[in-house]
Write a protein that binds this ligand. Structure first.
Ligand SMILES: [Zn+2]
Length: 307
């Protein structure tokens, strides 16, 4: 049983709930709710020290998969550590890097569960430092832009299993074809970002002026009864999901005006990456001018009530 204490300040917006840390990637038979880890990252990115302390305790007291995920999601992609990281992190780093070859994350889970409280805290503190660096622009990380070569028969494709996590910013954008509902994708881990949207999702460049083409493989699924955004995904021809970009099962109604616009237009502009700390049009235009903005127009799919 977990008790949730109120955060010390007004709290920090955690966009993109509903993610789970996949236990299978780490040789564990259960998944862990990502929420405490996401809330910690939100507090860290917002620079709120009381909330960071509070959320760190929550993660340290929680499922070990959370620390494994927070640490591996940066250290797998980091070729070189800073000199001043803890001894625990220096020991964990080669294990994380090794997963790129072994494709088996169970050693990471075992290493973390063997740590005492000080070791866990050291590893978490170092991992958060690199999450901030990733948030600021990925410098020093080597993210693979292609999945593993076929034929390697991975037991568990851990690197590919670490999902690119995004938060969503909700907006509207005037276009020559009328106003369109918009969702801005905000990267929440190093696997998410420009390279992911460009290479894996194959989104074309978006200059914030010319509306990108409609790509009917991309769908924004909205539950009609609760007016809740359920998922953003690319589907195969037969309707099976191919790329899950975002999803939740938390009921959280969209703003009425946004829902009405999506219903009327039948499509939604997806664009990103946008930094979560600045969703202003000015910042977006600047990124677009530098060729760092990608976008696609997805179908808005209103799903009739299932329950
Ligand atoms: Zn706070």
């Amino acid at each position: 049983m977990t008790m949730k204490a109120e955060p010390p300040c007004g709290g920090h917006q955690l966009a993109g709930p509903g993610h789970a840390v996949p236990g299978a990637a780490f040789g564990v038979d259960h998944d862990a709710d990502y929420e405490p880890a996401g809330a910690l990252l939100a507090a860290v990115f917002d620079g709120c020290e009381p909330c960071t302390r509070h959320r760190k305790r929550e993660v340290l007291d929680g499922d070990r998969l959370l620390i494994v995920d927070l640490a591996s999601s940066v250290f797998i992609y980091l070729p070189v550590l800073d000199e001043d990281v803890s001894a625990t992190t220096k020991a964990f780093h080669p294990l994380a890097r090794g997963v790129r070859e072994t494709r088996d994350g169970s050693a990471l889970y075992q290493a973390v569960t063997a740590l005492n409280r000080d070791g866990l805290e050291d590893l978490l503190t170092d991992a958060l430092r690199y999450h901030i660096r990733a948030e600021e622009g990925l410098s020093g990380f080597d993210i693979p832009d292609a999945p593993a070569a076929p034929g390697t028969a991975p037991r568990q494709v851990l690197v590919d299993d670490i999902p690119a996590l995004y938060g969503l910013g909700i907006g509207r954008i005037p276009t020559s074809q009328g106003e369109l509902p918009m969702l801005a994708l905000m990267p929440e881990n190093p696997a998410a970002g420009l390279e992911h949207l460009r290479d894996r999702c194959q989104w074309p460049a978006f200059d914030m002026r010319e509306v990108p083409p409609v790509d009917t493989r991309w769908q924004v699924i909205i539950d009609q009864a609760t007016r809740t955004l359920l998922s953003v995904m690319r589907v195969h021809d037969d309707g099976r999901p191919e790329i899950d970009l975002w999803g939740t099962d938390v009921i959280d109604p969209l703003p009425d005006s946004w829902f009405a616009l999506a219903e009327q237009q039948g499509r939604v502009l997806l664009c990103g990456p946008q930094p979560r700390e600045d969703l202003s049009p000015g910042r977006a235009r600047q990124a677009a001018a530098q060729g760092r903005m990608r976008g696609i127009v997805a179908l808005a799919v209103l799903q009739p009530a299932l329950l």
